[in-house]
Design a protein around this ligand. Sequence first.
Ligand code: ZN
Length: 251
Amino acid sequence: MIERKQLLNVFDVLLQPERFTDYCPNGLQVEGRQHIGKLVSGVTASLALIEAAVAVGADAILVHHGLFWRGHDGRVTGWLRQRLGLLMQHNINLYAYHLPLDAHAELGNNAQLGARLGLVPHARFGQQQLGWLGEAPAARMASPQALAQHIETVLGRRVTLVAGNAGPLQRVAWCSGGAQGYFEDAMAAGADVFVTGEISEPQAHLARECGVSFIACGHHASERYGAPALAAHVAAQYGLEHQFIDIDNPA
Ligand SMILES: [Zn+2]
């Protein structure tokens, strides 16, 4: 058992949200019951995740994508009313950490994704140092196609590869989620290939013209590992029950 405020403090000390400029409030987004014994983690505070958390008797949910984002007009109607209403009806706390969870050196999305893909980080790059730069075993770096194939095997889904120069890759850059806008920063940092969740139209041309390969492996798939890693870490420390609930997402 842990108190709501103490759990917030534990997350905040680990993730240091004050160090980031973000698009959403990080921390406790929705206040629920005071004592937490069962923690559910997930990628996004969708209605399906909240329903699943209710079904397993969660006291709190930890997600990467919370409910409140810059640009939303603040009306509690439609889908937001549904999600918020269900949380409040069941007195469930919602903790959300966006960029601070991407960035954490061991438990974060980038660290966890890199570890699963066998990428060894050497440096960070880009805005707020959110991008990671490193290398992989030579066999996986034999060609853009070899790396893409490896990622498909590990993540269990198809990826989109826009190949740059043929032949062996030296340095791989990665950034989980919708970080296609970091492609030029990755190139400036010296990457031969950039791995992120999503691709937009301009990156395909940049990859072909600049010779740097681009691999989009899924926004959800690339951010599936940080929240459960953090939740498991904290649950073990404080004797909480923890369950990761994956709500599949094709994007
Ligand atoms: Zn994301």
